[in-house]
Every structure is written in structure tokens, then in C-alpha cells.
Design a protein around this ligand. Structure first.
Ligand code: NAD
Length: 344
């Protein structure tokens, strides 16, 4: 009963809690999951903590915990919740004697060794759709900022220098969307509303959705890149997409192209991008992600200081709405996976 009251208070009443799980179902799961110990090692929305505590779990919230401390603590826990800071690799997983669930409060699973977890019967859950709108909006913001050279104008205004900076319109220009999944499609929809022509490239068959949107489906990555005025990247980071955009890809791009990357930093070869900027192939690059954050290599440091690079601090999913959706979806999936692991 206490659970019902707390969850209804959290979500303003109603028959179902915001995390898409009927209260009655949660109450049925409660005896099964009650007392399970959860370690949270990265900063998460307060709603996630509230939801897990309301379900009767013992939650240890340690967002600043070091890797060494995680290795010492992990054998005590039934579930681990991370964002992107904590690397859940083989070493961590092999130390986790009781672990049943790893929850990534976000989209990408590139910081979790999913293969090793599955080998050891540990369930891995994430919140794949929760940040789609936020990342898509940031992508469009970066695209427009690069096309209109907004950061340069802000810089001039700060110095009191009232000088024009000449940009380009996006209307009528071609945008190559590399990775036509959740975020890529949402970006394409918004770009279409601006009046851009869309070329989609994906390793999956995306013709159905592309046709609906009036987008052309490219036959290869180079086909997509060749005619584009702007390129936006929305692929996951895998061994296949590591440095997907490198020297050969820049060589086929149009001179002056805008490159936007809000996916994962390592999808772009930083050294090749620096070369392409200096050669004038890339007119502007807008990046929310780098292979090393903060910049660590010479090339990344040069990119960060480059006058035609706009760099943001990995803020794609950093909106109140996305973090709330992530919290709700992660809590629901974690509770369900934990109950399932305990045979309920
Ligand atoms: P998604 O799984 O819905 O879409 C990814 C698409 O990429 C899929 O359609 C897949 O078939 C395609 N793909 C995979 N390999 C490819 C390849 N080699 N070439 C072309 N296409 C390929 O994922 P999503 O939710 O759209 O997320 C996309 C990216 O955004 C991920 O890298 C994710 O980590 C990143 N992301 C970043 C932030 C941020 O804060 N900047 C936040 C959330 C997600």
C-alpha cells in the first residue's frame, strides 16, 4: 500500500505509474524484489532513485565512486545502474558475484561488455528511445549554428564588435543522414520541415520509412556522402563504425560540407577531420562527442581550438525531459528484469 501511495504521489495519481507499469503489477513484484541491493555509480535523475526505493530496493547512490571502489563494492550488489562514465568491462563483471542486472540509464551500450554479461546470465537493460527527441533537437541546433556561424557572431558581440558574419541557408540543401534509426529519422523529419533534401544511409533496409519521408536511400556510404551539403552521424559505436568517417570518406565529400556528430566521438577519425578542415573540404564541424572526453590527443585538442569547429560537452541527452524519460524507462526495465531473474 505504501508503494502505491508513494508512486501515485510521484506521478500525480492515476491508475498507472509513469513508468508504464501498473501499480498492481509492481505490488505483485514487490515481495520478489524487495531488499535487493542496487549500486548506482553515475549521476541519475532523482526520479529513478525514488522509483527504485519505492519498489522496496536498497539503493546505494555513489555517483563519484572510483573504479577501484566499484571493484571492491560490486560483489555485494544484485543490480548496477550506470550512465556513460562507468566502464562495465569484463573485470567488473567477473567480480560481480551476485549481479543479476546491469542497467544503462541511457541509449548507447558501448560502455558495457554486453557479451560477457550475457555469458554470465546477467541481464542488460537500457532506455533506447528516451533521448531521441533531445538528441535530434541538439543536432538541428548544431546544424543551424554551423550554417549561420552563430558561435562566431556571439564571440564578436561579446567583444562589442558589430560585424556581419555570412552564413548559408539550409533550405534546398542536401543532408546525408548516416544511420537512419530512431535519432537519424527524427533529425530527418525536422530537417525536411526546414526544406532540406534527405539522403539516408543505413546497413538495414530503411526504404519503407525513407519513402514515406520522401528521402533518397543511398546505396553506399560514399554514395550518401558524395552529393551532401551537410552530413549528420547517428550510428552506434561498434567495431564496424569505429572511424567510419576517415580520410577516404572526407575525400569524397563536397568542398565546404558541414559535418555534425552527436553519435559517438570515435565514429570520426579526429586526425582525418583536422586535415579535412585545413584542406577546406569540411567548411564547419559541429561535434557533441569526441573519442576522448575531455579532448586528450593532439588532434582532439586542435579540433577543440579550431575556429571552424563547434564543440559541445556531450549534452545530447541532457534535458530535463530526456532524463526523466530515461529514469522512468530504466526503473521499469530494471524492476522487471530483476523480478524475472528471481523467478517471478
Ligand atoms: P538506433 O539503434 O535507433 O539507430 C542506429 C542506426 O544505425 C540503426 O538503424 C543501425 O542499423 C544503423 N547502423 C549501424 N551500423 C551502421 C553502419 N555501419 N552504417 C550505417 N548505419 C549503421 O540508435 P539511436 O537511438 O538513433 O542512436 C544513435 C546514436 O546516438 C548512438 O551512437 C547513440 O549512442 C548516440 N546517442 C548520443 C547521445 C548524446 O548524448 N550525444 C545521446 C543518445 C544517443
Amino acid at each position: 500500500m505504501e508503494t502505491r501511495v508513494r508512486l501515485m504521489a510521484l506521478h500525480g495519481g492515476g491508475g498507472a505509474v509513469g513508468f508504464g507499469m501498473e501499480i498492481t503489477k509492481l505490488e505483485k513484484l514487490r515481495p520478489c524484489i524487495e531488499g535487493a541491493r542496487i549500486l548506482i555509480t553515475d549521476p541519475v535523475d532523482g526520479l529513478l532513485l525514488e522509483a527504485l526505493k519505492a519498489a522496496g530496493l536498497e539503493v546505494d547512490y555513489r555517483p563519484g565512486i572510483s573504479r577501484g571502489e566499484i571493484l571492491v563494492a560490486i560483489p555485494e550488489y544484485d543490480a548496477l545502474v550506470v550512465r556513460s562514465r562507468t566502464k562495465v568491462d569484463r573485470v567488473v563483471i567477473e567480480r560481480a558475484e551476485k549481479l543479476k542486472v546491469i542497467a544503462r540509464a541511457g541509449v548507447g551500450l558501448d560502455n558495457v561488455d554486453v557479451h560477457t554479461a550475457q555469458e554470465r546470465g546477467i541481464r542488460v537493460v537500457n532506455a533506447p528511445g528516451a533521448a531521441t527527441q533531445s538528441v535530434a533537437e541538439l543536432t538541428i541546433a548544431l546544424l543551424i549554428a554551423a550554417a549561420r556561424r552563430v558561435p562566431e557572431s556571439i564571440e564578436l558581440a561579446r567583444k562589442g564588435v558589430w560585424k556581419k558574419v555570412m552564413g548559408i541557408e539550409l533550405f534546398g540543401k542536401t543532408l546525408a543522414v548516416i544511420g537512419f534509426g530512431r535519432i537519424g529519422r527524427r533529425v530527418a523529419e525536422i530537417a525536411k520541415a526546414i526544406g532540406m533534401n534527405i539522403v539516408a544511409y543505413d546497413v538495414m533496409d530503411v526504404t519503407g520509412y525513407a519513402e514515406k519521408l520522401g528521402a533518397r536511400v543511398a546505396q553506399s556510404l560514399h554514395d550518401a556522402l558524395a552529393g551532401a551539403d551537410a552530413v549528420t552521424l547517428h550510428v552506434p559505436l561498434t567495431t564496424d563504425t569505429y572511424h567510419l568517417i576517415s580520410w577516404d570518406e572526407f575525400r569524397v565529400m563536397k568542398r565546404g560540407v558541414i559535418l555534425v556528430n552527436t553519435s559517438r566521438g570515435a565514429v570520426v577519425d579526429a586526425e582525418a577531420l583536422l586535415w579535412a578542415l585545413d584542406e577546406g573540404i569540411v567548411g564547419a564541424a559541429a561535434l557533441d562527442v569526441l573519442e576522448h572526453e575531455p579532448p586528450a590527443t593532439e588532434a582532439e585538442k586542435k579540433l577543440a581550438a579550431h575556429p571552424r569547429v563547434i564543440l559541445t560537452t556531450h549534452i545530447g541527452a541532457s534535458t530535463i525531459e530526456a532524463q526523466r524519460r530515461v529514469a522512468v524507462e530504466t526503473a521499469r526495465k530494471l524492476l522487471e528484469a530483476l523480478a524475472e531473474a528471481r523467478g517471478c
